[in-house]
Design a protein. Structure first.
Length: 748
């Protein structure tokens, strides 16, 4: 019966026109539920009905915008089912896209604050949407040079909300990518978008169903697809969050009721059971959209046939998409703190060259990986002589404060604070001061300054202060003594920055390490204080291409360091009542040369499994029976966090001290479900070979009676919103009992 009256109504609408009536298609917001719009578009294509105008809000603005520039329903279906929505709808970028000099600080904090105009402020949204803007920029390439949306194959407009005035703003000019991003900027989730004089957020706040906008464009007959919902009943108002959500959409709900009165064909897919966040159910939502479209096929076909009698329908057409462009100029818009020369230099793209889109996006990732920017997006605008690459940047505030926490059974708990200052003293610089307020506290200061036309070289100055407890063990793994250790290091050097994941450099390091007995065994009670001062020259190569900091599945870690300690000073203070010749303790102050190499490779095996292999070797001319803690490596434990540390599962934390050693480990990782990982690990430690091939008189006594150790363990890890959670068990093959480890939060 409803269909019959719709047939009559459509016929009246069509034949009451003196000329062919214009068809308007209106797509509502609804988050993930907006994927159902594609099913109606597919049915319209089958019916031979192409709209003359399209309007949309939020997700409707994205589907409608892409359809208006030539994407078919089939292409949109393929797009929404292939996109990694978890990666797109996040503020995080893969770790291998972060500049190697910034990897230490990325993805380790829970709270971020900014200092602006001498006031402390929170970010305006949880998600800036860099990955989303990158996707939108790529998808809208066909119309990068078209400023007026009326010039699209299908004229288009979308709606956003001016959060300052509370008014709906129709977007029909400028950048399509930015218009879609503004229309879907859910307040407090996505950061707002500034266009002209408007601070814009999700259009669904005031106009979730933009019917009037389609009428204003000239539509005579309106097809409306509504995938959202009306206000929830009282029975569902059971929590403060439910009440808050309801209050945010009251205005929009009343407006939607009025807009629906203007619709000629209203399609409402059955999306019960799905929410605005159900992006992982994209295929199911598509199917619901297809079902809804097929239910209206006869009506849409009747409309198409009736309209054709009065004139030709708008025919779909695709715009040309180039894979590369002759770029005659690179233009930067939106920068205040960093010069265009710095940004273009770091971008490493050259004018008057043919540049592919993939290379442009790759270099934008390099620039974004410096962590100097909240968001970067691009347009390619045609000119008579070629094309202009227009780069829009949102810089991070010059001062940023970050906080987090951590706890683990080896290092205990602490609060982590970070202050990051950009352009301090010199332009193009970054200063970080990080403090761990913990049982074992530490402070790290890092000043980094880019140089050169391509910003390919950098000066780096570091200051490190750590205080911790150093346990000493007997050959059975029993803790017999405890030292209080203080470690101070100052480092100055240069390094390359041309590659995102690699760096080559050299530095000079000065260190001062002191030890005081805290719990002393009989043989070390005579020691009051032991101090080592040293100065070394280091040449290094580092690589970090892991795809994520925690639970990586692919990429590699490489660290090769050549070290020459050319100034060494050891001093031993004894208690007043004891007289011992310091030479009897064999304090080493000779020149020390060493090479340290470490390599780890992660290999994915399908969607669930990943394997890794690790090998570390340190060779030096420091003999193991000498006393020089400053150049020893501390080996043992699950998760060592200090300088010159190496893990060994099955041993106590920092149980073994070695100047020469070889360590290797193998791991298999299985992702049970999203963010939950199980791992099995075996590792091996050897302080005799292969070093004994170099030093035939090597004394391997640093590992006790057994200088070769074999251990194995199992671990479970969960990447939660509060930080990674780890529970692990390990055993040394030469000992009874299992070592256990638990951690929560982010490392220092």
């Amino acid at each position: 019966m409803v269909a019959f009256f719709l047939f009559l109504n459509i016929s009246d609408l069509v034949y009451s026109q003196e000329k062919r009536p214009k068809i308007g298609l209106v797509l509502s917001g609804g988050g993930a539920k907006g994927i159902a719009h594609i099913g109606i578009l597919k049915t319209m294509e089958e019916a031979g009905l192409t709209p003359d105008y399209i309007t949309g809000t939020s997700m409707g603005s994205i589907i409608g915008g892409l359809y208006s520039i030539g994407y078919s329903a089939e292409e949109l279906e393929e797009l929404v089912t292939s996109v990694d929505w978890n990666a797109v709808l996040t503020n995080q970028i893969p770790w291998d896209k972060v500049a190697i000099e910034e990897k230490d600080y990325y993805g380790r904090y829970l709270l971020n604050f900014f200092m602006q105009n001498k006031k402390l402020s929170l970010p305006k949204g949880v998600i800036d949407g860099q990955a989303l803007m990158e996707l939108f920029s790529r998808l809208t390439r066909p119309v990068h040079g078209i400023n007026d949306f009326n010039d699209f194959p299908i004229p288009y407009s979308c709606v956003a909300t001016d959060i300052v005035t509370g008014l709906p703003i129709t977007l029909n000019k400028g950048s399509l990518a930015m218009a879609m991003r503004a229309s879907m900027a859910i307040p407090s989730i996505f950061t707002p978008v500034k266009i002209d004089d408007h601070l814009l957020v999700d259009g669904g706040l005031v106009r979730n169903f933009p019917v009037q906008e389609a009428i204003d464009m000239g539509a005579d007959i309106i097809i409306g697809v509504f995938v959202s919902s009306d206000l929830a009943p009282e029975s569902e108002m059971t929590s403060a969050i439910a009440l808050l959500q309801q209050s945010a959409w009251v205005t929009s709900a009343f407006d939607t009721r009025e807009q629906m009165k203007k619709v000629d064909i209203l399609i409402e897919p059955d999306l019960k059971g799905y929410s605005t966040a159900s992006f992982t159910s994209a295929s199911d939502i598509l199917e619901r959209g297809n079902d809804a479209g097929q239910n209206y096929y006869d009506i849409l076909k009747n409309l198409a046939d009736s309209v054709k009698n009065l004139g030709n329908l708008n025919m779909p057409r695709k715009l040309d998409v180039r894979e590369s462009y002759p770029i005659t100029e690179i233009e930067v818009i939106g920068n205040q703190f960093f010069t265009s020369e710095f940004i273009i230099g770091k971008l490493r793209l050259h004018q008057n060259e043919e540049i592919s889109i993939s290379h442009i996006e790759e270099q934008i990732n390099v620039l974004y990986g410096t962590l100097y920017f909240e968001k970067i997006w691009y347009e390619i605008v045609g000119t008579n002589g070629g094309y202009v690459l227009r780069l829009h940047v949102n810089e991070k505030p010059k001062t940023e404060l970050k906080f987090s926490y951590h706890y683990d059974t080896e290092n205990k708990g602490g609060i982590l604070g970070n202050i990051t200052l950009r352009n301090m003293l010199l332009k193009g610089s970054r200063f970080v001061a990080e403090a761990d307020l913990a049982v074992n506290p530490g402070v790290w200061m890092d000043y980094f300054k880019y140089f050169g036309k391509g910003q390919n070289i950098a000066l780096r100055l570091n200051g490190i202060w750590n205080r911790s407890d150093l346990p000493l063990y007997d050959s059975l793994g029993n803790n017999v003594s405890l030292f209080k250790e203080r470690d101070v290091r100052l480092i100055a050097g240069i390094q390359t920055t041309k590659r995102q994941n690699n760096t080559l450099g050299a530095n000079i390091r000065w260190s001062n390490i002191s030890f005081k007995p805290k719990v002393a065994s009989e043989d070390i009670r005579t020691i009051e204080k032991l101090v080592y001062k040293s100065t070394s020259l280091n040449v290094f190569f580092k690589r970090n291409s892991l795809n994520r900091r925690y639970y990586p599945t692919k990429g590699s870690l490489v660290d090769v360091t050549l070290k020459s300690v050319f100034q060494v000073d050891g001093k031993l203070d004894l208690v007043d009542s004891v007289v011992i010749d310091p030479e009897e303790l064999n304090l080493s102050t000779k020149r020390i040369n060493a090479i340290h190499t470490s390599y780890t490779q992660y290999i994915p095996a399908g969607k669930k499994f990943a394997f890794s292999i690790e090998a570390t070797m340190n060779i030096s001319n420091l003999e193991s029976n000498t006393l020089n803690f400053s150049e020893y490596y501390y080996i043992g434990g699950f998760f060592p966090r200090r300088y010159n540390f190496s893990p060994y599962l099955g041993g106590n934390q920092r149980e073994y001290l070695a100047a020469n050693f070889f360590y290797t480990a193998a791991q298999v990782q299985y992702e049970v479900f999203r963010n939950l990982f199980l791992r099995g690990i075996v590792n091996y430690l050897d302080s005799e070979y292969p070093m004994k091939w170099v030093y035939t008189d090597l004394d391997p006594s640093i590992l006790g009676d057994r200088y070769r150790r074999f251990g194995y363990g199992f671990a479970a890890g969960f990447n939660s919103i509060l930080g990674p959670i780890n529970l692990a068990f390990a055993k040394d093959s030469h000992r009874k009992g299992w070592q256990t480890f638990f951690s929560l939060g982010f490392i220092f």
